[in-house]
Structures are given as structure tokens and as C-alpha cells.
Design a protein around this ligand. Structure first.
Ligand code: GLY
Length: 575
């Protein structure tokens, strides 16, 4: 890997003279932020959950009512999403979680990300002429990493929950057996992916039972997945990764041309990691470390922004600075980040306020820096279809969890007899260095596939602790997860309630392509004009990720839970 500092020295030399006029608002180092109290002694006495589906939110509330804590509720929400929102996440996929345990104030990151099988071979993702084979990267068993979610749920239960795992899985198992009505989003996802689903008999039987997608009002049952969840509940992680279920998974994958082995499944392990923390405006943000790029980027952006008083700027200049910070953070994460168990990353540098101060010096007050002026990097864009939920229980335990199967309906491959829809997370690796992935973007050596390695994610589950308020924030949205979560964090710090944070209008810059993606209505015409005059290229974009947010006002001791109105209001509930 090239030395990380070389290009920065060059860049500073190029830009520092022209940025001198802006020096007043840029101290040489980030100001010390007041650190919020981190062990919270008060308890809310009631609970809040916000997820992407009312069955899932209700499942979490049911488990809380039975004496479970936030982590048991999280298992109930995640397993229910596996049944009702398979287009976004499921037990054939993985998740990343930031947890806060009230009893001792411990913050921990749970990395239940998928891993590459031992037989991973980049040739499988190339056509004969050496061009990338998008089909094997996105569809069918070769596109699937070894699932992490079942091990993650078992770990949550064993180490953080109060109830037996099987009790936390009960609502999902019941719903899968008794049936539910698929919502319009699931019907649309199946419709969009039906040509791929038709390639696999078990997928066709499950998702196109009468040869076509389900229709609104039809009752849908998932007995195979109910049985798999039941075995997981009875036997813990071994019930998924070994025995009857493990054998069916391996047999199905291999029969369809995949390369998983029993050993791949048996050796899967979740990782507990230290979350990234960054202090900003008196708040402490606790967020995702690698193998997510999200927390590093959010921390780098906040460190850059900490040198400005954004509250004193008009919308255009404030937005300009946020865009410029995004541009620089994305430029870094593209090059360096990957699975921390495989890749040495310059995290001390990337997270340093001094490093951020250097980057800040390269930002002009009212002129966009063309990305081409920043030394070349490659861009990474993990998939778009993911889900996030947030939980605070009455005892003050907190779970911020983002889950994914990658692309809509993952690989579209259901392993026969298990009901498990496998992910297509292998496409989040840089499968073919310097060749574009499905989003037309390139990947780096740090994120090249290796046996047992985790593919880089953008998932950024976060908890924001302030002296008076706590916010639980996350979003789906591929690489835009990072900027959407950042904007949610800033909105929360600006005093917005859970609904205001979820509804916050969004914009995104990821270094390359050099443009600002803008949600319609995010900027008023004067702000849009001013940004364009500064040299930013604005491009309207839809859709955006949907946030599910829970907040806790420490002064009134009230919880607030809200889902994203872009998707469906009312999925956040307090009880
Ligand atoms: N597959 C989406 C992500 O992990 O960011």
C-alpha cells in the first residue's frame, strides 16, 4: 500500500496558499469537545422501538413485555424482518450493531458481517474475456458470503439478553407459521427480481408459489424458515452452522455451483469490536469501526467540521463545508479500509483531529475543490438494499442495528429445505481490482476477497450521547448510508426530534463521481444556486434510505420513536 501521507503533503502545497483567507474559522487543531456523560444513571421506565415493518416493531415490543431487554427485542425485530422484509435482510445475511449496556455503560460493536468461503476464487467473477461477470457477483450461490446473522443473534442472546434465544425468536416463528400479508415493497422486490428467482427451484417455490409474485392481501407462510429459526432457538448458533440446517445449506449451495464447505459454516465467528467514538459539539458519537467504512468516514467528517461554527453560516456555506468534508473522507475510505483482521489500516491517522485539521486547510470558503485536484483514489459503493432499526428499553439498554442481504432479495437463492434466502454480499468485495462493480464503481486491494475475510460495508449503526439527549440512528442506502447517518446526527444535534431526524432532507457526495446527489427539496433555490456558483454539480436523486430513530430526552426522561416518512410513518412505537 502506498504511504498514506504523500498525497496529502502534495495537496497541502497546492491548496494552502489559496485557503489562507479562510484561516480564521479553521483552528490548527480541532477544539476540544466537551464529553457527554457516558454512564447514564437514570432509566426511562418505558421503551421505544423503530423498525421498517410493523410486525417487526410489534415483535420487539412483545418480547419486552415478556421481560426481555433491548437485546432480546433486537433479536425479535431482526428475526421478524427476516420473514417480512427478506428483500433487505435476513438470517441468510449479516448485521452490524452498536450496543449500549445500561448496567455498566459498556458500548460495544457486534460485527456479524458475512465472510468469504475458503474456496473463494476471483476467476469465478470474471467472464472468459476477463471482464467482470456481474451475474456471479450478484446472483446465485457464488454471490453469497457465509451468513453472520444467526451467529450474531445467538451471541446477542447469550451475552446481552435476559431471555432464552428461543423466546426471543417466538414472534418470528409464529408469524412464519400463521402467515402474514406481504407489503407492497416486498411484492415489488419479488416482481423486480422474478427472472433471477425463477432460476432456482426452491426460490421459485417460496417467492413465486403460483408462478407469479404474491398479490396484496394474499397470506404468505414460511414454514421452512420457521423450522430453521426453531432449530436456531433450540440449539443456538450450532443449530444453523452445523447439523441438519448446515448440511442442507452446503448441499444446496454446492448443487447449484457454489463452493461453500461444512468447515466454512462451522468456523464462522462474530467479532466483538471496540466502536469508534468521536466527540463533536458536546456530543459523543459511538459508531461502526471496520469492517464498516461508515464510522471512520463519519468521524473524519465530524473532525473536519469541528473547526467551524456551522451554526453561524448560511445554508449554502454550511452545506458547502459538509460536502467538502464528505469528499475528503470518502477519498480516504476508498483506499484504506477493509476487514481489520486482514488489513492494516492507518486508523490513528484517519481519526486524528490533527489530520482533520490538515484536511480542513485544503477547503476553500466558497469554492468547491474538484475531486480531480485531490490525488486519485478509487471509489467503493456497497449495495443499496439494507434495513436499520433502533431500540431503547425501560432499563436504558440501547441497540442500534443495521442488517443486510446486500442487493434487493440478496442472491435470490433459497437453500432448499431451509427457507433461508442467501445474501449476495460477495459483491461488496473489490472482486476484480480496478474493475467496476454493479454500481459502476471500483474497489481497492484492502477490500480484495480472501478466505474467511469480511467484505467492506457502509453500515453505520450509531448512538449519539449528549448531556441532555440520546439518539439511536442508522439507515440503509449503500454508500449513502454514511452521509445520511451523518446528516441524521447533525439534525439530532440541531435539536430535531426523532421524526425530524428521520425526515431530514438528504444530500450526498462520495468523492467520485464528483457531484452532489440531492434529495428533491433538500435545498431551496437560493441555496442550490449558491452551491452551483461555488462549483458544485447538483443532481437530484431518489430514493433515499429510510431511517428508524429512537431518542431519549434525559431532562424529561421521555422516549420518542419514529420511522421514515419516505417509507411509512408510524412504525416507531413507545410503550
Ligand atoms: N451491503 C451493503 C453494506 O454492507 O453496506
Amino acid at each position: 500500500m502506498k504511504h498514506p501521507l504523500n498525497w496529502r503533503v502534495t495537496l497541502l502545497a497546492l491548496l494552502v496558499s489559496s485557503s489562507a483567507a479562510f484561516a480564521d474559522s479553521r483552528p490548527a487543531t480541532a477544539p476540544a469537545a466537551a464529553t457527554a456523560p457516558h454512564v447514564i444513571t437514570q432509566r426511562p421506565g418505558h421503551a421505544g422501538i423503530a423498525s421498517a415493518n410493523f410486525h417487526a416493531t410489534d415483535a420487539g415490543l412483545e418480547v419486552l413485555a415478556k421481560g426481555g431487554n433491548a437485546f432480546d427485542a433486537a433479536i425479535a425485530v431482526a428475526s421478524t424482518l427476516s420473514i417480512v422484509e427478506p428483500e433487505s435482510s435476513g438470517i441468510g445475511g449479516g448485521f452490524m450493531a452498536v450496543l449500549h449496556r445500561a448496567s455498566d455503560g459498556k458500548d460495544v460493536f457486534i460485527d456479524a458481517r458475512e465472510t468469504a468461503p475458503a474456496a473463494v476464487n476471483t476467476k469465478d467473477y470474471l467472464n472468459k474475456d476477463g471482464t467482470p461477470n456481474r451475474d456471479t457477483a450478484l446472483n446465485g450461490p457464488l454471490s453469497a458470503g457465509i451468513p453472520g446473522e444467526p451467529a450474531g443473534l445467538a451471541w446477542l442472546s447469550k451475552h446481552y439478553g435476559k431471555l432464552p434465544l428461543k423466546d426471543a425468536l417466538t414472534p418470528a416463528i409464529r408469524l412464519a407459521r400463521e402467515g402474514f400479508q406481504p407489503d407492497g415493497r416486498l411484492i415489488n422486490a419479488i416482481t423486480e427480481r422474478q427472472d433471477d428467482i425463477k432460476r432456482w427451484p426452491a426460490s421459485t417455490a417460496k417467492y413465486l408459489p403460483e408462478g407469479k409474485p404474491p398479490v396484496a392481501g394474499q397470506v404468505w407462510r414460511d414454514p421452512d424458515q420457521a423450522r430453521t429459526l426453531e432449530i436456531l432457538g433450540e440449539q443456538g448458533a450450532d443449530g444453523f452452522y452445523r447439523g441438519e440446517v448446515g448440511k442442507k445449506l452446503v448441499d444446496a449451495v454446492r448443487a447449484a455451483g457454489g463452493n461453500w464447505t461444512a468447515k466454512d459454516l462451522e468456523s464462522y465467528q462474530i467479532k466483538e469490536r471496540t466502536p469508534i467514538t468521536v466527540d463533536y459539539r458536546g456530543y459523543r458519537v459511538v459508531t461502526a469501526p471496520p469492517a464498516s467504512s461508515g464510522g471512520v468516514a463519519v468521524a473524519e467528517i465530524l473532525n473536519i467540521l469541528s473547526g467551524y461554527d456551522l451554526t453561524k453560516l448560511d445554508d449554502a456555506h454550511r452545506t458547502h463545508l459538509v460536502i467538502e468534508a464528505m469528499r475528503r473522507a470518502f477519498r480516504d475510505h476508498n483506499d484504506y479500509l477493509g476487514d481489520p483482521d486482514f488489513v492494516k489500516m492507518p486508523l490513528d491517522m484517519l481519526l486524528s483531529p490533527y489530520y482533520a485539521a490538515g484536511l480542513r486547510m485544503t477547503i476553500l470558503a466558497d469554492k468547491a475543490t474538484p475531486s480531480s485536484m485531490l490525488p486519485a483514489s478509487i471509489a467503493v459503493d456497497p449495495g443499496m438494499h439494507t434495513t436499520h432499526f433502533s431500540v431503547i428499553d425501560k432499563g436504558g439498554n440501547i441497540a442500534s442495528i443495521t442488517l443486510t442481504v446486500n442487493y434487493t432479495m440478496g442472491s435470490t437463492f433459497v437453500a432448499a429445505g431451509t427457507g433461508v434466502l442467501l445474501n449476495d454480499e460477495m459483491d461488496d468485495f473489490a472482486l476484480v481490482p480496478n474493475k467496476p462493480n454493479v454500481y459502476g464503481l471500483l474497489g481497492s486491494a484492502a477490500n480484495a476477497p480472501e478466505p474467511g475475510k469480511r467484505m467492506l460495508s457502509s453500515m453505520t449503526p450509531s448512538i449519539v450521547f449528549g448531556a441532555d439527549r440520546v439518539g439511536v440512528i442508522g439507515s440503509p442506502g449503500g454508500s449513502t448510508i454514511i452521509t445520511q447517518v451523518l446528516e441524521g446526527i447533525l439534525a439530532f444535534m440541531d435539536g430535531k426530534d426523532a421524526q425530524g431526524v428521520a425526515a431530514q432532507k438528504r444530500f450526498h457526495h462520495q468523492y467520485m463521481p464528483d457531484r452532489v446527489d440531492v434529495e428533491p427539496g433538500a435545498f431551496d433555490p437560493a441555496t442550490a444556486d449558491a452551491l452551483t456558483r461555488m462549483g458544485h454539480t447538483l443532481k437530484e436523486r431518489s430514493p433515499w434510505g429510510y431511517m428508524n430513530v429512537v431518542t431519549w430526552d434525559l431532562k424529561t426522561n421521555k422516549l420518542d420513536a419514529a420511522s421514515d416518512p419516505r417509507r411509512e410513518s408510524g412504525l416507531g412505537k413507545v410503550q
